[in-house]
Design a protein around this ligand. Structure first.
Ligand SMILES: O=c1ccn([C@H]2C[C@H](O)[C@@H](COP(=O)(O)OP(=O)(O)OP(=O)(O)O)O2)c(=O)[nH]1
Ligand SMILES: [Mg+2]
Length: 144
């Protein structure tokens, strides 16, 4: 699908790294490197602005390699980019490791998945239909 984008960074546009990738890696747009201390969080610019079609969202997710190797995650994961948002896409990184982590301009710090979604139209009722699960949750079916 075609999506309008403005790129105010000098990074390349996000692209799919492999033919069947779901995620588009997002790069940091920085004037100078940023450092994240253990448990520190920072909102990192991408320089990207997009115009999603109605009925679509963009999800901002952590990259597994950064998470595994360096303990870098996203506080509000998965972040939600609404179709009517026209501001800059930013990424709320957090350092979950015990060591400082440095982000350089152009580093691929997160990934974005474009996804279709519904909007709910509530139908207020007095009773919901019965199911086998009922109100059971939080592990009520057991571990094994
Ligand atoms: O990781 C994110 C999450 C959100 N946004 C932008 C796009 C989104 O459409 C807007 C609002 O996000 P959200 O609804 O998650 O934040 P909120 O705290 O509910 O703010 P608002 O009251 O503006 O909706 O912020 C980002 O750039 N990055
Ligand atoms: Mg909101």
């Amino acid at each position: 699908m075609k999506i309008n984008i403005i790129n105010k960074s000098n990074n390349p546009l996000p692209h799919y790294e492999t033919v069947a990738s779901a995620g588009l890696d997002l790069r940091a747009n920085l004037e100078s490197p940023e450092s994240l201390k253990p448990l520190e969080r920072k909102l990192i610019s991408t320089g990207l602005f997009i115009e999603l079609p109605m009925g679509y969202e963009a999800q901002i997710r952590p990259r597994s390699g950064l998470a595994y190797k360096s303990g870098i995650s996203i506080v509000n994961s998965p972040g939600t980019i609404d179709a009517d948002y026209r501001g800059e896409i930013k990424i709320l990184l957090i350092n979950l490791s015990t060591e400082d982590f440095v982000i350089n301009h152009g580093d691929r710090i997160a990934q974005m998945v474009i996804a279709a979604h519904e909007q709910a139209e509530w139908v207020e009722v007095d009773v919901l239909s019965e199911t086998e699960r009922g109100a059971g949750g939080y592990g009520h079916t057991g571990v094994k």
